[in-house]
Design a protein around this ligand. Structure first.
Ligand code: 16G
Length: 244
């Protein structure tokens, strides 16, 4: 950044020129995916420009998906996203899907607890008004990239202690003999809202996939009612079609 002022030309606003030089550095591989950007203050000092200018350039690059900002830890070059191709004909869990691809999986808890069920949860899960619903909401992260927000609802009868879910919900269900064997999944388009895009580290308003999964036990009983938001730039859901 120390040479920025000398190379900056009249004409275009400084913040646009700074934006371009950061973009160039990323495109030329001088800074790579996951690399931290110096702090706003350091860039301003080195380039001898105001912090407001730096902030404007950085915010534009965050909006454009070139950089990501993580609360409390700084600004980074966005990880290069390889699209995940996901079969629509096999009933698998997120942990299994990512493990099969050799990706590391972790989750950030957004919510887990027992609640009075909503009318919709009562209907889908077949709960009576005096029963509780277990809600398990997580940000699902693969190879350090947040890919989806999943909000699962189950009967408290099958998941009396939502805090007992460690890495995998399906593994916990399996232990209790409640692994689903069939699911119906509905996928629709959704533009990501403010909160979801912040969690998924993409610009607000970008395309997402809203997925609703209702899973069944072999007995035909509904076990899981999950609503998820997947990053539209990261997922291809693929189904095989046959002439029958
Ligand atoms: C998948 C399912 C989700 C399920 C989760 C369990 C979709 C859209 N959703 O992500 O319904 O709750 O797997 O994953 O595929 P886990 O066993 O790793 O917690």
């Amino acid at each position: 950044f120390s040479t920025f002022k000398q190379t900056a030309q009249g004409g275009a606003p400084l913040y646009l020129q700074l934006k371009k030089s950061i973009e160039d550095a990323v495109n030329r591989g001088l800074i790579g995916p996951g690399d931290a950007l110096p702090s706003e203050r350091d860039i301003a000092l080195k380039a001898d420009i105001s912090r407001v200018t730096v902030r404007k350039a950085v915010q534009d690059l965050v909006k454009g998906g070139v950089l990501v900002q993580r609360h409390g830890s700084g600004t980074f070059v966005a990880p290069r996203m390889e699209r995940v191709e996901q079969s629509l004909s096999r009933l698998t869990s997120f942990t299994e899907d990512m493990a099969r691809r050799g990706m590391s999986v972790r989750s950030q808890w957004l919510d887990r607890g027992l609640y009075a069920p909503s009318p919709e949860e009562m209907m889908v899960l077949g709960l009576s008004s005096n029963e509780l619903v277990a809600r398990v909401a997580r940000l699902r992260i693969a190879n350090d990239t947040p890919l989806a927000i999943e909000r699962a609802a189950l009967s408290a009868r099958v998941l009396p202690d939502p805090a007992a879910v460690a890495a995998s919900l399906y593994a916990t269900l399996q232990t209790g003999g409640n692994r689903p064997v069939r699911a119906v999944q509905r996928i629709s388009a959704a533009n990501l809202g403010e909160e979801d895009s912040r969690l998924l580290e993409v610009a607000p308003g970008v395309a997402g996939l809203h997925i609703e999964r209702i899973s069944y036990l072999a007995s035909g009983k509904v076990i899981e009612f999950t609503r998820s938001i997947y990053r539209g730039d990261a997922y291809d859901f693929v189904a095989e079609l046959r002439l029958s």
